[in-house]
Design a protein around this ligand. Structure first.
Ligand code: NAI
Length: 338
């Protein structure tokens, strides 16, 4: 019997353990993967927990920079398994230099994230979050709950990859006019919408939904200038990565009433807040707290991926990536410095 392959998972939540243990037992029983779960995020301080492990498994807010990678390599870690699609938190050049392989889960359930984007749009537009509380208090007044009909509205999709296309398809079903912007246009998107320049999209869209990855080129894609180009009263939706949006700029756009509504599942400084219970603490992030004061802002804590189907697929693909490496095969989901 071969020695078990030890993997430490950082930022592990109860549901991670539940789904990974289940998939490990059902689909990888012969592989002898030994999974250890750590609630702490991977940082320079916590990297030592990978001692004796062949691989680490990380999520969106774990720190996988050059310093951490050097520590991991020094501990004998050969593989970083991202249990997410985005890899903006990994220094890929450092990983290559150190001989550390990095693999991700490129697609698990694009529809899960797309459906959450739609949930945000519909909640914010029809104020169902406010209606829920009102009705429970016996208040059946409709003031303040006025929305608009989605049918016939123009929606701009920035980034027409897997999630962007899934979102576009749902919106087409609503009867929306769908515009897209992407440096790499796809036939799949053309079935549902029309490609236009970003400035045209911003000027025409009643709702702008961001579905591109975070990179130096997309950092603060929505800033004071681009927010100013949006149609007055439009809604901005970000389920992609927080730093696509300059939060200070959108706060100004909300205060001036130019931006009509904001729905975000991701936030630039989310690593300090998300995936933890701060309900008995004083939150020191004044920018976030300012966002919370707007009635036309809706925030969820990075839950776009959070469906049973997506969690099962994430676990299966992540362990499948590990299996590839352990068997010396090329991993189709490897991400490498370009
Ligand atoms: P994808 O790789 O299939 O699509 C991304 C698209 O963005 C590509 O077509 C690419 O050409 C395009 N793009 C790149 N630079 C662009 C730019 N400057 N302007 C416009 N488009 C640009 O990725 P997928 O699976 O659709 O995921 C998109 C993003 O969603 C991920 O990068 C990740 O950050 C985020 N995400 C969020 C989740 C959540 O729980 N909220 C879960 C999963 C992904």
């Amino acid at each position: 019997m071969p020695d078990p392959v030890k993997v430490v998972m950082f930022s592990a939540q109860r549901y991670d353990q539940q789904f990974f243990d289940d998939i490990n037992a059902r689909q990888f029983a012969g592989q002898q993967f030994h999974l250890a779960y750590q609630a702490v995020a991977l940082t320079a301080e916590s990297a030592i927990l990978a001692h004796g492990c062949a691989a680490v498994c990380v999520f969106v807010n774990d720190v996988v920079d050059a310093e951490v990678l050097a520590q991991l390599a020094g501990l004998g870690v050969k593989t970083v398994l991202l249990r997410c699609a985005g890899f903006n938190n990994v220094d890929l050049a450092a990983a290559r230099r150190l001989g550390v392989q990095v693999a991700r889960v490129p697609a698990y359930s694009p529809e899960a994230v797309a459906e959450h984007a739609i949930a945000l749009i519909m909640t914010l537009n029809r104020h169902t979050h406010r209606a829920y509380n009102r009705v429970r208090e016996g208040n059946f007044m409709l003031d303040g709950l006025l929305g608009y009909t989605m049918h016939g509205k123009t929606v701009g999709i920035v980034g027409t990859g897997k999630i962007g296309v899934a979102t576009a398809r749902i919106l087409k079903g609503f009867g929306c006019i769908v515009l897209g912007h992407d440096p790499y246009p796809s036939a799949a998107f053309r079935e549902t919408g029309e490609y236009v320049d970003l400035d045209v999209l911003l000027a025409r869209a009643d709702i702008v939904s961001l579905h591109c990855p975070l990179s130096p080129a997309t950092h603060h894609l929505i800033n004071i200038v681009s927010a100013g180009k949006m149609k007055p009263g439009a809604m901005l939706v970000n389920t992609s990565r927080g730093a696509l949006v300059d939060t200070a700029a959108v706060i100004e756009a909300l205060k001036s009433r130019h931006l009509g509504a904001l729905a975000i599942d991701v936030y630039e400084q989310e690593s300090e807040l998300f995936f933890r219970d701060h309900s008995s603490e004083i939150i020191g992030d004044d920018v976030f707290q300012r966002l919370m004061t707007f009635p036309n802002v809706l925030v969820t804590g990075h839950q776009g991926f959070f469906t049973k189907e997506a969690l099962s697929e994430i676990a299966a693909i992540t362990l499948g990536n590990l299996q590839c490496y352990m068997e010396g095969r090329n991993c189709p989901n490897e991400v490498a410095a370009g």
